[in-house]
Design a protein around this ligand. Structure first.
Ligand code: NDP
Length: 401
């Protein structure tokens, strides 16, 4: 009997736990721990009502390694799924090392006081994980996650050599709110307001945030403006596929969204530097997060689809070929199935699949790994079965933008 210990009880976690409950034979013992026990209780009650499944819940501050260790000693799980925030990656990994427990997350480590995402801190733990005889799987959501697996799939079946990679993330959904983010507002805004960065001919090119815009016709959605940004999977993909000449990440934003964001940024509300308010230290971005709608509450309101995928150009038998691999996810269908919008769904399902592959030892190797370092076949198979099927089209020409 395998035990899964999940940390975090937000939008993504709720989807992962429900998807696990649909596969009771594989996931028969779940412990859910998070900072606010009330949120764990909501998920626990939902599971009982919907699936007649009992889970254990615990209050936990995952910034504190000792607290995590205490609970790991109590439950002795086979794996920890970190579905809290990127700030907790290292404390949770340390606790896993201490108790020899496998680890999985969906976002790379980021220090609280600096908006800087990098795999370095987690990759540095590779030797320790290897020595302890356990594994860590990093970035097992959609992007990072499925977009990395699409790249590995392209390398295995479509192209001998990948030369140009563009990852396109389009949320064509509408929730009718003046301003709200699709996932944790603090993490989301830190990401969007960071400088853009892409890989080109052996070096990183850095630019002002969102300074390059392309109007792209997304399948089943239509034309949307997408902006060049930095996203963490670029770092691991250029390391694991060193033949890539250019790697870029694009995300769509509506004009209204950007206008609100600019105003908030210009008045200082997106800053992570503490200010003094009547003797209390306040981080403006954290205050903003408290005011904005909880992304978990947007499920019912959000209509439309997401389209996330990769355009890859490279050589097959010395001939240039271009492919577009993508998934379309419908917000309304996700809400019907698990009470969440598609952004939580597209992250929560891959996290469940990664966990299943580790527990079944289909993907199992000691050390710290990114998902593209494993065989894409079983993951692609389970994505098709569990709600995130892919589309594959060959494009006539390399896309020029
Ligand atoms: P939410 O904010 O909805 O949920 C985060 C949860 O973590 C909350 O329950 C929160 O508790 C809990 N938490 C935060 N800090 C701590 C702590 N110190 N100790 C214990 N629990 C804590 O976020 P999402 O569900 O939207 O996102 C979850 C993760 O998924 C994030 O890391 C995000 O970056 C990542 N993500 C990855 C994507 C991908 O495609 N790879 C896409 C979208 C998200 P509380 O309720 O008290 O705030």
């Amino acid at each position: 009997m395998k035990k899964v210990f999940i940390i975090g009880a937000g939008g993504v976690s709720s989807v992962t736990v429900q998807k696990m409950a649909m596969l009771k034979d594989d996931f028969n013992q779940i412990i859910l721990a998070s900072r606010t026990i009330k949120k764990c209780k909501v998920i626990k009650d939902l599971l009982k009502r919907k699936f007649n499944m009992d889970i254990c819940i615990e209050e936990l501050d995952a910034d504190n390694t000792n607290e995590i260790v205490k609970l790991l000693k109590k439950y002795k799980p086979d794996i920890v799924l970190n579905l809290a925030l990127p700030y907790q990656d290292l404390t949770i990994m340390e606790a896993c090392l201490n108790e020899k427990v496998n680890y999985l997350d969906t976002a790379n480590y980021e220090p609280k006081n600096e908006a800087k995402f990098e795999y370095k801190w987690q990759w540095d733990l590779h030797t320790n994980f290897t020595k302890k005889g356990i594994m860590a799987l990093l970035g097992c959501g959609f992007d990072p996650g499925v977009t990395n697996i699409y790249t590995a799939y392209a390398k295995k079946y479509l192209l001998d050599k990948i030369e140009y990679l563009d990852i396109l993330d389009c949320n064509g959904g509408d929730h009718g709110q003046p301003f709200a983010t699709n996932f944790n507002p603090e993490i989301n805004i830190r990401e969007i307001t960071a400088k853009s960065k892409h890989f080109d001919n052996g070096e990183w090119k850095i630019g002002e945030p969102l300074n390059k815009k392309i109007n792209f016709n997304f399948p089943e959605i239509g034309f949307r403006n997408m902006y060049l940004m930095y996203h963490e999977e670029l770092e691991s993909l250029i390391k694991n596929f060193p033949e890539i000449k250019r790697a870029r990440f694009w995300m769509t934003f509506g004009d209204d969204y950007l206008n609100y964001l600019n105003v908030l940024k210009n008045v200082g509300m997106t800053s992570i530097n503490p200010i003094d308010y009547n003797g209390t230290k306040i981080i403006p971005l954290k205050l903003l997060k408290r005011i904005l709608p909880d992304p978990g509450s947007l499920g019912k309101l959000t209509k439309g689809k997401t389209c996330i995928g990769n355009i890859l150009t490279g050589l097959k038998n010395n001939k240039e070929k271009t492919y577009y691999i993508y998934n379309i996810c419908n917000h309304t269908k996700c809400y019907k199935e698990v009470g969440s919008q598609a952004v939580s769904y597209t992250t929560g399902v891959p996290a469940m699949i990664g966990c299943m592959l580790i527990l079944k030892k289909i993907w199992y190797r000691h050390g710290v790994w990114n998902v593209e370092q494993f065989d894409p076949d079983p993951f692609m198979k389970y994505l098709n079965i569990h709600g995130l099927p892919h589309h594959l089209v060959e494009l006539k020409n390399k896309i020029e933008f």
